[in-house]
Design a protein around this ligand. Sequence first.
Ligand code: ATP
Ligand code: MG
Length: 394
Amino acid sequence: MQKIIFLKYGELSTKKDNRNFFLKILNDNIKFVLNDVNIYYDYGRMFIEPNIDNFDLVIAKLKKIFGIHEIVVAYKTIDRDLDNIKNSIIELIKDKGFKTFKVEVKRSDKNYPYDGMELRKILGSYILENKDNIQVDVNNPEFILNVEIRLKEVLIYFTSIKGLGGYPVSSLGKGLLMLSGGIDSPVAGFLAMKRGIKLEAIYFESPPHTSENALNKVKKLAKKLAVYNHNIKLHIINFTEIQEEIYKNIPHEYLITIMRRMMYRISAIVAYNNNAKAIINGESVGQVASQTLTSMGVINEVVKIPVLRPVCCYDKLEIIDLAKKIDTYETSIMPYEDCCTIFVPDHPVINPSKEKCLEYEQLIPFENMIYTAIKNKKTITINNDNIKEFQDLL
Ligand code: ATP
Ligand code: MG
């Protein structure tokens, strides 16, 4: 019998007309991280035959790929004769310790000589005859043996691992993640990827007010996201001049509002130039002054591109939980200043007015500064491979 892995798609299998499109991207994404495997698929299942003997490594990588609902380790035989199925089952379960069990049968070949009900009975009885001290329990069994009768093969399995779910990354196009060194934005990026969005990221730095370490922290976070997402382009914008001009010329209660309007404007242009169809950020309603509904509206109105805020309705504790799950939390809480925290006023406005923003923005030559900031943008690619290379950055 050949040990293989197959995948169940979950939500993807409901995409009737576009199923092929989604499956092709899932297939490409898997090949990108597992180059040494044979893959084939139909509408119900995707099969992976690793060449190497290291199933654990293959499974660990599959667990980081969106669009996979369940990862199943199965044994495949092309001899569909009932006696062969019976013997194969006994061989496979002989060392398994359980007291109660049930057999589940899925028969996708409707012409197989026995139907599902008959097979369940025949195989269940055979197991009872050949293994001591066990009994059938259909409601709450310790062990479930699955048998799938397909056109050309039979699959037997009992190990299934939950996948990440969602849609394959790239299947819904590209988005630009505003990635700060904080806790929220990496989680927002992760959730956007879950819906099939491929990420590029943009980071605003303000040297010398922000350090090289702050940038390295962002690179490291991008690296953690790249694990799910092929390679991530990280656009680095020097924000110093804009931030200093705002600080010098604009009433301090409006610093954050105007600074964020500038970030949005720049992000929208960078998104457009890189074919990203949405901006994604880690804003969460009510978390800080710039995230009241009025603030969000006044900030948002400077761009037309959709702004996705995947964590907008999450509590901070829920965001932290997710950050821990995706392993960004420890990096995010490292104490390097980001450009927003340096210029924080004592009393930021909670209900900013659009008219005042427009009036204050006349006080600085912001269009020229935005043009210069984008012209001087640096872009690096954070690769999905070799996480070790970044381990020592901080
Ligand atoms: P985070 O924990 O992600 O830093 P936050 O609660 O600190 O979020 P803000 O600092 O108000 O919130 O920023 C809100 C969002 O704006 C961030 O989640 C991020 O998406 C974006 N953002 C803030 N600062 C930067 C920056 N320096 N570069 C890129 N994006 C930024
Ligand atoms: Mg922040």
